[in-house]
Design a protein around this ligand. Structure first.
Ligand SMILES: NC(=O)c1ccc[n+]([C@@H]2O[C@H](COP(=O)([O-])OP(=O)(O)OC[C@H]3O[C@@H](n4cnc5c(N)ncnc54)[C@H](OP(=O)(O)O)[C@@H]3O)[C@@H](O)[C@H]2O)c1
Length: 338
């Protein structure tokens, strides 16, 4: 969905936590294009991995990078000072409980409390579909929507520490915001892929990269929902700017949950030159089926989604352009979206 620059905003200052991340970089880019002044928090402003932010249009005039850590409350408070709004995207993205839990949970609480102290108008928190759908007791006939919550015991028992930590973090965010009368809106994206602005490869993009490098020989018998990073960034800005927006927003196109077998088929059709797996790791069990879900709430705000085939194509082209994947000498890529 193209950015709507007809609604240029000037005079508003907003803060984006973890500004150099995959999703946050696009949020910063779109906010600058819309005329916002942006404070972006990073842990080390001198790290060359943040350089792409300084190259963005409008960055020289309206982007300030500030040093902040999620576990350092004072650094967050300082960053939010004078801000109208906060986009809280910073979080580790890992299944290692030691690295994940504290920054996700304590860090999110710190963000909400510091934002309330700084009297920001609204906080938009990047949660995850992982806080919504992980429930083995839900009937397959149920349509997963924003009322659903992941089962914490199930996340723990299956060692899905990312979903566990994000669920605890989102619940804590709602509790802290309610206690402090802070206006909080939450975006729950599916797995985010697409074009990278940052120079490094983030965890969700590795999910696609691994199918192209020969590092995996089979694909899992499981399903996954995908969403384009630009759509996710625009969803954040849309819920920030829409006064009536409230609660949680599942963020992915309709029919974006596909089997990993379909993912590798799409990739192989577009990019036959890479050693993409053709065999399922588990051919004995019945093929996993997608669950039903509703994205009606975000669509009602006017968000239009990029089809999943396009997201997969854009991810690979971007990995090539950033030097993370060798570009074939003879371009055999075969792009026909139909
Ligand atoms: N990518 C997905 O598929 C996906 C899907 C659903 C939800 N999400 C959520 O979206 C958000 C962003 O994800 P992403 O994929 O864009 O991740 P990413 O590229 O890995 O960026 C995460 C950012 O968080 C920052 N961070 C990590 N620990 C921190 C700490 N202790 N203090 C301050 N900053 C810290 C990192 O900052 P440094 O640069 O300082 O290291 C990094 O820039 C996360 O909340 C994630 O849970 C992601």
């Amino acid at each position: 969905m193209p950015i709507d620059s007809s609604t240029q905003v000037s005079g508003q200052t907003v803060c984006v936590t973890g500004a150099a991340g995959f999703i946050a970089s696009w949020i910063v880019k779109f906010l600058l294009e819309k005329g916002y002044s942006v404070k972006g928090t990073v842990r080390n402003p001198d790290d060359p991995k943040n350089a792409h932010l300084r190259e963005l249009e409008g960055a020289k005039e309206r982007l300030a990078l500030c040093k902040a850590d999620l576990l350092d409350y004072e650094s967050l408070k300082e960053a939010f000072n004078g801000c109208d709004g906060v986009f809280h995207t910073a979080s580790p993205v890992t299944d290692d409980p030691e690295k994940m839990l504290e920054p996700a949970v304590i860090g999110t609480k710190n963000v909400i409390v510091a934002a309330a102290e700084a009297k920001v108008r609204r906080v938009v928190f990047t949660s995850s579909i992982g806080t919504v759908y992980m429930d083995p007791n839900r009937s397959p006939d149920i349509v997963v929507d924003e009322h659903c919550w992941s089962d914490l015991e199930y996340c723990k028992n299956t060692k899905n520490w990312y979903c566990y930590a994000k669920t605890v973090a989102e619940k804590a965010a709602w509790e802290e915001a309610k206690a402090r009368g802070l206006d909080l809106v939450v975006v729950n994206p599916m797995l985010v892929i697409g074009t990278l602005l940052q120079p490094t490869v983030n965890a969700s993009i590795i999910h696609i990269l691994k199918y192209l490098t020969g590092s995996v020989k089979t694909y899992a018998n499981s399903v996954q929902g995908y969403v384009d990073v630009r759509d996710v960034a625009l969803a954040h800005i849309l819920v920030y700017e829409t006064p009536s927006a409230s609660g949680r927003y599942i963020c992915a196109d309709s029919d974006s949950i596909i089997h990993r077998g379909e993912v590798v088929e799409i990739l192989a059709k577009f990019f036959p030159e890479y050693p993409i797996p053709t065999k399922c790791k588990d051919e004995k069990s019945p093929r996993a089926k997608p669950y039903k879900y509703s994205n009606q709430k975000i669509k009602d705000l006017g968000l239009k989604f990029t089809p999943v085939r396009q997201c997969l194509y854009d991810s690979v082209k971007s990995l090539q352009e950033k030097g993370h994947l060798p570009i074939p000498t003879q371009n055999q890529s075969n792009f026909n979206i139909n």
